[in-house]
Design a protein around this ligand. Structure first.
Ligand SMILES: Nc1ncnc2c1ncn2[C@@H]1O[C@H](COP(=O)(O)OP(=O)(O)OP(=O)(O)O)[C@@H](O)[C@H]1O
Ligand SMILES: [Mg+2]
Length: 275
């Protein structure tokens, strides 16, 4: 089975995988009131242990990452720490040997990535997150592949959030700048009207100005009440906008706290933030 939901069943008309009550509104409004979900955070990968393939070594060791309603949660840590692996595990791209993934209290550990999209998960992977030969608009249409209703309203919301994409909607996405491509990738994930957005290094390879701009847009999305779980290499800047932060080292939780707490922690500063 392909692990990439966007490569399967593009014309799927199965209502069971659509999301009838996604968040919907992208740009305006204020941050949704944080309502604790019964039984823990809105999305949690809890005590996850596992690696790639059947006999592969464990990459994650009792690793927990989570995001609650109305929050931005940020995962930082050194290269190879397992940040992307943890995100893939939450999205169902890894067979966990131990641990569970729960969305809004429901155990989804055994669901395929595609079924998780149907449950309301939007995921932007670290690499290969757009179709470069397709136009911007075709990418957004592909993002909405599980929907059978009218997507034009959502597309307008994405264009309102990222106006440059409206101007470039007829251009192949591969011709766009790095920052614009990341906007396409985030926009594409928003096209399913997800209930939670997972971003793996949305600011990879962009200039500091473009990074600030992307962070502003991500905050704007989060303020509509859409929880955001994101991996970031720009640790300091990301923790500044994080309600909750996780430092992962060698596949395990090394430090967890509010963004403020982690920024103030001497050990975190010394080891991960350059002092
Ligand atoms: N598809 C794969 N198959 C086997 N091993 C993998 C695969 N992808 C990653 N790994 C291994 O898993 C470990 C964690 O990698 P991962 O990509 O999750 O780290 P990361 O924290 O996201 O790093 P980076 O900051 O570079 O993105 C590494 O040892 C890596 O070699
Ligand atoms: Mg990674």
């Amino acid at each position: 089975m392909s692990t990439n939901p966007y490569h399967d069943d593009r014309g799927n008309k199965d209502r069971s995988i659509t999301n009838p009550d996604g968040v919907g509104e992208i740009p305006t409004g204020h941050r949704g009131k944080a309502k604790p979900s019964p039984g823990g955070p809105f999305l949690i990968g809890e005590n996850m242990t596992g690696g790639y393939g059947k006999g592969g070594p464990d990459i994650l060791h009792d690793c927990t990452i989570a995001v609650d309603r109305g929050e931005i949660a940020v995962i930082v840590g050194p290269n190879g720490a397992g940040k992307s692996t943890a995100m893939k595990a939450v999205f169902g791209m890894l067979d966990l040997r131990q641990g569970a993934v729960r969305l809004d209290g429901e155990d989804i550990t055994d669901l395929s990535p595609q079924a998780r999209v149907g449950k309301g998960m939007g995921f932007v992977p670290q690499t290969q997150n757009i179709f470069t030969s397709m136009t911007v608009e075709e990418n957004l249409e592909m993002g909405a592949f599980i929907r059978t209703d009218d997507i034009t309203g959502t597309m307008e919301q994405v264009y309102d959030l990222f106006p440059i994409l409206r101007d470039k909607r007829r251009q192949p996405a591969g011709e766009l700048s790095g920052g614009q491509r990341q906007q396409v990738a985030v926009g594409r994930a928003l096209m399913t009207q997800p209930k939670v957005l997972m971003l793996d290094e949305p600011t990879a390879g962009v200039s500091p100005i473009v990074m600030d701009e992307l962070f502003d847009r991500i905050i704007e999305v989060a303020r509509t009440g859409l929880p955001v779980l994101m991996v970031e290499q720009n640790a300091r800047q990301a923790l500044e906008i994080a309600d909750k932060g996780y430092v992962l080292v060698q596949g395990a939780n090394a430090h967890t706290g509010s963004g403020k707490e982690l920024l103030a922690d001497d050990e975190v500063r010394r080891s991960f933030l350059g002092g």
